[in-house]
Every structure is written in C-alpha cells, then in structure tokens.
Design a protein around this ligand. Sequence first.
Ligand code: UFG
Length: 322
Amino acid sequence: MAKILVTGGAGYIGSHMTAILVEHGHEVVVFDSLVTGYPDAVLNSKLIIADLANLQALEDCFAAYKFDAVMHFAGFIQIGESIKNPAKYYQNNVANSLNLLSVMKKFGVNKLIFSSSAAVYGEPLTIPIDINHPTKPLNPYGSSKLIFEEILQDYDLAYGLKSISLRYFNAAGADPQGLLGERHNPETHLIPLVLQVASGNRKNVEVFGNNYPTKDGTCVRDYIHVCDLCEAHMQALEVLLQGGKSAFYNLGNSNGYSVLEVINTVKQVTDKEISVIYGPKRAGDPAVLVADAKAAMQELGWRPKYVDLATMIKHAWQWECR
Ligand code: UFG
C-alpha cells in the first residue's frame, strides 16, 4: 500500500484514477481547487480543496501525509482558451505546478506521474506518432505541457526527482460501473457533445471542417478509454515505486476514428438520430493524430482493455443517461 497525492483528482481523469488507486489498496489524498472539478467525483478518498497557487496549503498537506508519490492531473485543458488567455495556462500549468515540485523537494517526495498530452507534438510529420517524434506545440496549452515535461527532466538531473510523463491522445469513455464520467463546463469534447445530442440535451453537433485530407474529410483522432489511461498510470507508479527511472510515453490505441465515424458509432450505440451541421475548421486542429504507443506496452507492460470505440461510447452513454 502506498500513499498517493492526486492533484486534480476531482476532474475527469483524476477521479477515475483515484477510484482505481483505492481499488488497488492505495491511500489517496486528492488536492483540487474545484474550479473545474466536482467534489462528488472523489470516491472514498480525502479531498483537500485548495489551489496549487496556495503554497501554504500544499505545505500543510505534505506535512500531514507522508506521500510515496504524486500523480499530477491538475491543469487547464482547453486549447482555444489557451490561445486567447495564455497567461492563465502558463500560470496554472507551469508556475503553479512548480509550487508542487518545490514542496515535493522540501518534503523529500521524489516520484511523480505527469498528465501530458499529444498536444506537445503539434502538426504531425509522420503517423503514427512515436515518442521520438519532434515536439512543436501549436498552442499555449501544448507548450505548457511540454515546458513542464522539460522542467521535470531538469529536476531529475539536479535533484533526483523521478517522473513519468504520459502523453494522452483523446481520453474517452467512463467508469464501466457508471459511478464516474466526463463533466466539463463548457463541454468542448466531441463524444460528450454528440451524446448530449442523443439524449436531447443539445440540438445538434457541429463538425469542425470536412475537407481534411482524411478518409471522409473529417479529423481523425485516437480515442483511448479513461480506465485504460489509468491502468497505464498504475504500471508507471509501480515502476517508480520500484526505483525505476524517468521516462515518457504515448498513450493511445493506435486506431484512428474520424469525427463522422464517432457520430455514426454514437448512433449505433444509442439508437438515436444525431442532427449534424458542418462548420469551419477549428484553429490548430491537426488532420490526424494517432499514437504509436508500443513503448508503453513494451516497457510498462500496458495492455489497453477497452480498445473498441463502441465500448468507450457505451460507457460514456451510461454516464450521460444517469
Ligand atoms: N470536434 C468537432 N465538433 C465539436 C468538437 C470537436 O468536430 O463540437 C472535432 C475536433 O475538431 C477534433 C475531434 O472532434 O477533430 C476531437 O475533438 P476534441 O475537442 O474532443 O479533442 P481534441 O482532439 O481537440 O483534444 C484532446 C484533448 C486535449 C488534448 C488533445 C491532444 O481534449 O486536451 O486531445 O490531441 F490536448
């Protein structure tokens, strides 16, 4: 049993992670400002409501618990907003995250798993994108993730902080038991938006661009079940707890689905009609993002379980219908 601090544990991925850590017998403390998270998403764990900007709250938390490792999910995630308000992204995703590192250093906690993103790559030069693909983010959100990854490498060299950065492709799905799911306000992600149309909570879904150089003209993404993402974190945690070294990995299924394929799968799973309108491309959207995640499979022994898009959508639909 290990004691784990989960920042952002009241958010979509962090809340699933917290539940899975507890299921594996670990003790979890969630540190979340609730700016985007929900307190009822924290199941069977202590919740500290505070912002990473609050150094004193962080210090009090580390003084109260002797953590073995930290999982860092807290962060802002909207690409469009990051272009309009980069200060918010650099302040939170970089500067406030540095507070976390300084307190970890002070209290001698030297293991961290970091929520990174495929957004660090920018426009792909080759598909699938392997871990050695050049990184050239197209927006402050992606830059903030890359900068923090680089900071982590420097902290390893200088202070021996071991970290594993996990670059997620498109997180999707929900807890198969229906206790947790995706809740963003405003919602910007494709699958929950299409499901809101299916449930009658939204009139239509707008497809952002239909003349991309892809199979049907719409953007292709690599959707990965949130529970499979969490399993990779469990394996990364094991590596660090056993004294393993710092690393970074892509997490995706290496299957690309177009926006129209997602909409059609939602129709099949829900048996509802989906009203679709076509709009312009969204700024900064690459045509295709598909992961080469072999390194995570070989080095972490990771095996995604819910690889089928229909299964991810089924779990998300169960949550939408709660
Ligand atoms: N899309 C639409 N209409 C919508 C919403 C999305 O057509 O109303 C399209 C987008 O253009 C994109 C695809 O659906 O092609 C998926 O869009 P999402 O917003 O669901 O996800 P993104 O691919 O933009 O972003 C996700 C995460 C980011 C992360 C990125 C990395 O939300 O945090 O993947 O690739 F950085």
